[in-house]
Design a binder for this molecule. Sequence first.
Ligand code: HEM
Length: 529
Amino acid sequence: MSLVALFYDSVEQGCQIGWPDPARQSILSNTRSPLQRKISNGFNYFEKKGIPTEKPLYPLVGNLWNFWKEVQFQRDAKNEKRFGKVWGSFEGSRPAWNIADPDLIRDICIKEFDHFTDRRVFFMKDKVLSKMLNVLKGHEWKDVRSAVSPVFSSGKIKKMSQLMESCGETLVQHLRKAMEESQGVVNVKEYLLLSLSVSLLPLLCQYGAYTLDVIATCAFGTKLDSLGEENDPFTKNARKFLVDNPIVGNPLIIIPFIFPWVMQLGLNIFPMEPINFFKDLVQDIMKQRKTKGHERGDALDAMMEQVEKEKEAGGEMVMTEEVITAQSLAFFVAGFDTTGSMINFLTYVLAVHPDVQDRLYQEIEEKIQEYGGTNHEMMNACAYLDQVVNETLRFYPIATRLERECTKDCIIDGMEFKKGDLICFPIYAVHHSLEYYPDPEVFDPDRFSPEKKSKIPQGAFLPFGIGPRNCIGMRFALEEGKLALCHLIHSFRILKCAETPVPLKFTPGVLMLMPDRTSPIRVKLESRI
Ligand code: HEM
């Protein structure tokens, strides 16, 4: 198929997902007109609505070219300065709204949620993966979300916190070893450059190992020390799933953005061998627990509890074995690297802001004394810890943008959204806006003090998203991150050294906030105990 024909197809795809009729007619009625004319017609979508537009440079790719060239959040910040709080761009041929206004973000994600229930996903052929919460759509998503929500209740998080505790201790042991081997300078989260790849992926190292151990114990009911037991089948398969995946980080991943229909050919983003390993593992553990009635207080227990409740209530079952397995995998996909990155950035800010570290150390030591160790209640009592974590997530939001798909036509604030429109919220630009955060480039945990926090508009702090489709694992991630930090601060003084990059540089071509391969986060650790 020629490139021109592919472009026509992708224009049609754009039309089906919600281009307005006049644009559609002018494009389709002139299918034999010169390519340039089609491009200018197709890319007029926002201009016709009076919305400023980031003009696409090339046919087919729209503004995706800029995605590869520039760091996403820097491009968003530049566009916000240039266009204001609402502007249009094109993901391939598909129109994408960019909205950096907290009131509008709140309206779309909460008030008018019924019109924006989904986010963009590429068709997933596998019958288990397609049931992961993050990719489900419409009613199916709603049913699974309400069935899975109790897994993350405060009571359940408290139980899982006890399981995480031993992973925190293992993390300290490994960091101590790494510190002794390298005269104190530790690359807390290493990066690996894949051949053919312009993006960088985390090795299962230090924080990666910690978050993997936590997922193994809380989502898969398996005790693990992934750095100590590199040949363990769980560690090996996790590595294949998350690190040695030939597709992630590969520039060819851009193809489904331009031609979403290619995924219907049966391509899967994830390699199947490790997926099958994890499916079998979850199913074996569930069988064992059913026969032996063994309980660990982990997420699998909580999901099986939900099954019993559904059985008692009668009616159609939502939590089938397939759905449960899919959620364990979803926790992996959504919770592994995000949480590792959060701990990585936390370590960095403490190294470059020793005054913040000293105050945090005082608080943690006081509360450890008071509560007899690091635990759920002790962490809840640490107000400054919460402020430091919030400010770190404001300064370095791991997911730099959120997405929604318009599922029903609607008009908000005079703007007409059509079914199929893609809506993007540039989190980084909002978090660094002078309007909501005075001196936004200053790291100041006191902006999240109880008095000041309440003045931040609801749609202006979005590290875990917003509304009914926000991050279901937020409390879990915060518990896991704070626990790691308490162990770290209690055991080590974190110091800036010659190898610590200031300021941080970031990687283009990825949606997550990732330090550049040439300047990974390195800090010096000094034992405190
Ligand atoms: C610091 C760590 C994390 C960050 C920054 C983060 C951030 C996010 C964000 C921004 C979203 C999209 C929300 C929206 O569209 O409004 C999301 C969704 C999600 N996250 Fe997290 N996340 C983290 C950790 C976790 C963990 C540990 C888990 C699981 C245990 C998890 C599970 C999920 C799932 C399943 C979704 C999809 C929810 C849905 O579509 O209903 N996340 N996360």
